[in-house]
Structure formats: structure tokens, C-alpha cells
Design a protein around this ligand. Sequence first.
Ligand SMILES: Cc1cc2nc3c(=O)[nH]c(=O)nc-3n(C[C@H](O)[C@H](O)[C@H](O)COP(=O)(O)OP(=O)(O)OC[C@H]3O[C@@H](n4cnc5c(N)ncnc54)[C@H](O)[C@@H]3O)c2cc1C
Length: 463
Amino acid sequence: MLDQTTSITDVSPLRDALHGPLITAGHDAYDSARQVFAASVDRRPLAVVRAAGVEDVTTTVRFARERGLPLAVRAGAHAFAGDGVVEAGIVLDLAALDDLEIDVDGRSAWAQGGVKAGVYTDAAAEHGLATGFGDTGSVGVAGLTLGGGIGWLVRRHGLTIDSLLAAEVVTADGELVTTDDERHPDLFWALRGGGGNFGVVTRLRYRLHEVGPVFGGMVVLPAERDVLTGLVTLAGDAPDDLSMIIHAAKAPPAPFLPAELHGRPIIMATFLHAGSAADGERTAAAIRALATPIAEDVRAMTYLEIFALGGPGPDRAAIAVRNGFADAFDAADADLVLEHLATAPTPMAMTQIRVLGGAVARVAHDATAYAHRDREMLVITGAVVADVEAHPDAEAWAGETAVALGLPASGAYVNYLSDDGEATVRRAYPAATLERLRAVKGRYDPENVFRVNRNVVPERAGR
Ligand SMILES: Cc1cc2nc3c(=O)[nH]c(=O)nc-3n(C[C@H](O)[C@H](O)[C@H](O)COP(=O)(O)OP(=O)(O)OC[C@H]3O[C@@H](n4cnc5c(N)ncnc54)[C@H](O)[C@@H]3O)c2cc1C
């Protein structure tokens, strides 16, 4: 039992109760321990707990709850809002909980709550297997999964949550609960899209899919209206084997792009075709038919290669993002995207379109807390600045571009949200979903211990 007589902000009793390290201000590792991917976020927690096991998770949750301290839970620390760190509270860092058990015959895997998508994907690929996570290896599987998970297999196998079989969760009262379709089904429903609102997920069990050689890669095309609309149509009409991410972006100074294009708008179609190589070739030919490619790298490849296509990416970035769903993308939208790109305040600006449908849409909209099953595409506007001081400019540009495209009124994918507040949460969850989430939250976290996130206010708190 933790000593109740110490001051609320005295974390020394927690240090004594933990197996893993507790890092406070003044410690050599304090500044690196409080860093998150979002470089514009600079918060000073009372302490960072590097959990060594489930017991440390339980101890930390109880400690924070007893003292009413804000608790940030992090796996890969990639939340755009910087939710992996909190001012004057406790950070529970799960990075050391990185065990992965792959059951090749059973086509499933248990991943601990701190496992990164790249580590999981590498290990599964050794057996020709995969669970579809996002497009970036350093993202935590836990954070990504709890919001939904949109990756390279999205149209074939659905969202990441559609491959989630079970989870182990430390709830707000410090109990370890196993949940799946049969056990605590309300909690299992809420975890699949409801974010980190319901507890600390210490293990996740996923279905593994056989993923043989795939066909895919990237085609760089001129920044033309018809190219953009043509790609969206092509990706939407294609069989589920095709998943595509379309970028309208300023050309990076990459050696495979002509120097005169660097910093100027281009369109990139990155795709994975999980069917036959011949069908994949046909997709590539259809893309090339839209315009003569500026550059391309498409071929038969492994799933691992396409997952690693963008390289490891930066450890941190001062990034601004907005997102919303759309059901149509016409010439006027394409013009808006390209016009706004031309005025971006940074060379690293983009609008990204992820065409959904396929297996995502075959799951009932109320089967999981991710309810946007029928939306045709996710549209993300984003800008990265080299200097944190310029972050407000990136925010302004991403926001204005999103408004021009009508995104604020079109629902949102919780994993790309960086704003706080009830209006934001209402964009992520339709009214009936939010009501159900609030009821589950009221049962599992009535005091709102897990509130450093896109917060679902518990029913009984009655907001
Ligand atoms: C570079 C980049 C690329 C991305 N690509 C994709 C993509 O392709 N597809 C996609 O769908 N998303 C993508 N995302 C968004 C990503 O899914 C979210 O940012 C996600 O929240 C990151 O998870 P994390 O564990 O890395 O982050 P964290 O900041 O560690 O966690 C995010 C939140 O999830 C919760 N959480 C994390 N771990 C746990 C846990 N074990 N138990 C309980 N709650 C937990 C907490 O509320 C936490 O605040 C990308 C983000 C970035 C920055």
C-alpha cells in the first residue's frame, strides 16, 4: 500500500514500489524520457515510469488515481497531440514491455503493450505472416490499434482492430482484465476505436494473415487535377487486393527526383497489390496511363519491403495534421488541394488520401467503436516545419486546407487528431457511438483516470 501521508506531488513512494526506473527532473535521462514524436510538445511531467512489467503498470495506475494526478500512457509516443507526456503528472512508458509471441500454426500473436509496429512486422514476416498496422515502423501497435489502424492491408484485411482477438488491460482500479468477444465484451468493443480511455493495455492478441509476395511500390506523377481524381477513382474501383496511399506533396530533395522539381508539387501513388503479380502490373499500367511518371519504383516485393518503403522516418517532427473522411473527391477538390499546396509555408507539406472500403466496410458500423465503416476515404492535411518556432504556421496551413476541403464537418479518424475538447471527440465518434463509449467508460473508469487522450467523459460525470 502506498503511503497516503506524503504530498500529492511527492513521487518517491512510487519509486520504492516499482521494479523499473522512475525518472524525475534533474535526472540525466529526464529530457529524453519526456520527449515525444510531436516536437512542438514540451511538457514537464513529475516523473516518467519506465515500466518493467505488469506489476509496475498496476502500481503506477493506483498511485496516479489515489493522488488524482494526470497519467499519460505511451507505447510508441507517436500521438500527434503529444498525449504520451503530460505537464505535472505521471508518464507511464511501456516501451520495455516489448515481448512478442508468434504462434505460427495458430496464425496469431501476443504483443506486449510497448511493441512497435516495425518490430512486430519484421518478426511476423519471417514466417510469411503479417498483421496490418500503419505505414511507419516506430509507431506503437497499442496506440495505433486502440484508434483503429489503417495500413497497407486495409482493404484486404480491414482495420488493425479487425484482426484484434483479445487484450489484457489494467483498468483504473488496478485490476488486470482479459477481454475478448466473450469476456467483458463491452470493454473489447470500446478498445477497438475508443483510444486509451479504458485502461492500460498490457498485451494484445492479433490474428496473423498469410502475406506472400506482393506487388507494389511508388509512382511519382505530375501535380495535375486529373491525375489526382484519376488515382482516387482507380483505387476506389479496384478489388480489395489493392490498398493505396495518394500524396499531393512538395517534392522532397530526393536523388530519384529531378533537381528542378525539388520543392514543387508532385503526386505520389504508393500502393500494395496483394493479388497476383499480373494484376499488380495491370494496376501499375493503369496508374501510368494517367500521366507519364516522373519516377517510379514498382515491382514484386515482400510485404516487409513496402512497409519499410518510406525508410525509418524521423524520431521527432514539428508536425501539424488535420483529418476528415470523404465520400467523393472531384475536380474542384483536386484544384483546392493543389492550390493550397502551392501556398504551403514549408517544403514538407502534403494532402494525403487513403482510399478505404473493402474489408473495412464489411464490418457493421456498430461492431466496434470505430464507426466510420462506410466512409470512402480518409483525407489528411499535414505540414512539417524544421524549426519549432514555425509550428503555428504549419498549424494554420493544415487547418485552412482542411477547412477548404470541408473536413471539419465530415467526421474524423481519432488517431490523426491533435485538438482537445468535446467538439473534437464528437468528430471522432457519431452520437450513438459516443453515448455507448461513455457508458463503458463509466463502468471501467468512472473517475476518468485515463483522460490524457481524446477524452471520452464517463457517463456518471455527466457532462
Ligand atoms: C509518423 C506517423 C505515421 C503514422 N502512420 C499511421 C498509419 O499509417 N496508420 C494509422 O492508422 N495511424 C498512423 N499514425 C497515427 C498513429 O496511429 C497514432 O499517432 C497512434 O496513437 C500512435 O500510437 P503510439 O503508441 O505510437 O503513440 P503513443 O503516443 O504512445 O500513444 C497514443 C495514445 O494511445 C494510448 N495508448 C498507447 N499505448 C497504450 C497502451 N498500451 N494502453 C492504453 N493506452 C495506450 C494513449 O492514450 C496514448 O496517448 C501515424 C503517426 C505518425 C506520427
